[in-house]
Ligand binder design. Structure first.
Ligand code: 2PG
Ligand code: MG
Length: 429
């Protein structure tokens, strides 16, 4: 008997941070090791993501139940993976991909497949007594957190059109200090919003979601004021990152900023980013243009790609085929890594490695619908990508990842290194 062979796999329906159903998978290995993984879920999803299987039965959870995905784990997948070695992630993931047999995991569901892939990784770590991050790679770098302290777009009701305004504490000496910087600025921002009579309720990722913003630039000014109030130096201690999630702003060749009653083409949007990048310490812009606006992206990359990290999220969907096209056509210079966009651990690793060979950075990312699962914290350390995006400084499904990273930093002790400014290879020192 191999102790790390899979003995049983059991899925169940749980709730995510938005109160919508998602998949949890419990795995037990022959030697008795057990682990659970929980699958995240997006709101501003890309059209080219792997399929998230939902039941569609309007009488349960408004159609969002995941009983079909659960059943797919409990029967065809469980039968196929039983007896397989959980420590051979690549072989297991290949088996899952073949069992599904579609290019986008439409048959079994990426939510079913990912639950098994993640749970196997976690169980293998337990069985072998290895820290989870070690099962993903040799990295000892703690990532710079991209902290989404102001939520707009699909993650809030009446806030900015653009989805995410993030703190980037790249000047901190350690990860734990980066968290402190972020927390202090988060609270300073709350005070500023309160003083201005603006709301201090939070959106899906724990950042403030004030109504009454006049422009999409105003959040930047508010955040810079918060950085100053917390006595940090903007650009030196803390830079900024944006995720406009502009696929959501796009229709028929036009980007609409409803709050400003403005419509722009890709060049107009690029102009805005170029102007902001000149006036503000912005080091990273994700999904500055829409998922299939390749021409626009080419222009954006040619205009800003030498100065600003340009991250493809909906553009690349953690999919090597789309990333390969991007590299070939000189589009973007960084990849957002979301495990549920592609559906297995191994394919996520492939995306990072492909990017690395082409000089693209990678940002490991949560989804707006999250759980208490912290696997991505270990993934980013093991893979050594140097950047993570996992939300604001509130809501425990976000904080759980930060707490896990602080634990890893302590555990690594003197070999731990904080990625800091060096993680942003496009940004001049
Ligand atoms: C994004 C993500 C995570 P969602 O656009 O980057 O912040 O949002 O999970 O809703 O796609
Ligand atoms: Mg995004």
């Amino acid at each position: 008997m191999i102790k790390t062979a899979i003995a049983s796999v059991l899925a169940r329906e749980i709730l995510d941070s938005r109160g919508d159903p998602t998949v949890a998978v419990d795995i037990e290995l022959e030697g008795g090791a057990r682990a659970t993984a929980m699958v995240p879920s997006g709101a501003s999803t890309g059209a080219h993501e792997a399929v998230e299987l939902r039941d569609g039965d309007r009488n349960r959870y408004r159609g969002k139940g995941v009983l079909k995905a659960v059943a797919n784990v409990n029967d065809p997948i469980a039968r196929a993976v039983k007896g397989r070695d959980a420590t051979d992630q690549r072989a297991l993931d290949t088996l899952l991909i073949e069992l599904d047999g579609t290019p986008n995991k439409a048959k079994l569901g990426a939510n079913a497949i990912l639950g098994v892939s993640l749970a196997a990784a976690r169980a293998a770590a337990v069985a072998t007594g290895t820290p989870l991050y070690r099962t993903f790679g040799k990295g000892t770098t703690l990532p710079v957190p991209l902290m989404n302290v102001l939520n707009g777009g699909k993650h809030a009701t009446d806030s900015a059109d653009m989805q995410e305004y993030m703190l980037v504490p790249l000047g901190a000496p350690t990860f734990a200090e980066a968290i402190r910087y972020g927390s202090e600025v988060f609270h300073a921002l709350k005070d500023i919003l309160h003083d201005k009579g603006m709301g201090t309720g939070v959106g899906d990722e724990g950042g403030f979601a004030p109504s009454g913003l006049r422009t999409n630039e105003e959040p930047i000014e508010l955040i810079l004021a918060a950085i100053a109030r917390a006595r940090y130096r903007a650009g030196e201690d803390i830079a900024l990152a944006l995720d406009p999630a502009s696929t959501e702003l796009y229709a028929n060749g036009t980007y609409t900023l409803a709050r400003e009653k403005r419509s722009l083409d890709a060049r107009g949007m690029t102009q805005i980013y170029a102007d902001w990048a000149k006036r503000y310490p912005i080091v990273s812009i994700e999904d500055g243009l829409a998922e299939d606006d390749w021409d626009g992206w080419r222009h954006l990359t040619a205009t800003l790609g030498d100065r600003v990290q340009l991250v493809g999220d909906d553009l690349f969907v953690t999919n090597v085929t789309r990333i390969e096209r991007g590299i070939r056509e000189k589009i973007a210079n960084s990849i957002l890594i979301k495990v549920n966009q592609i559906g297995t651990v191994s394919e996520s690793v492939d995306a990072v490695e492909l990017g690395r060979r082409a000089g693209y950075t990678s940002v490991v990312s949560h989804r707006s619908g999250e759980t208490e699962d912290t696997t991505i914290a270990d993934l980013v350390v093991g893979l050594d990508t140097g950047q993570i995006k996992t939300g604001s400084l509130s809501r425990s499904e976000r904080i759980a990842k930060y707490n896990r990273l602080m634990e890893i930093e302590r555990e690594l002790g003197s070999v731990a290194r904080y990625a800091g400014r060096a993680a942003f290879t496009r940004v001049r020192a």
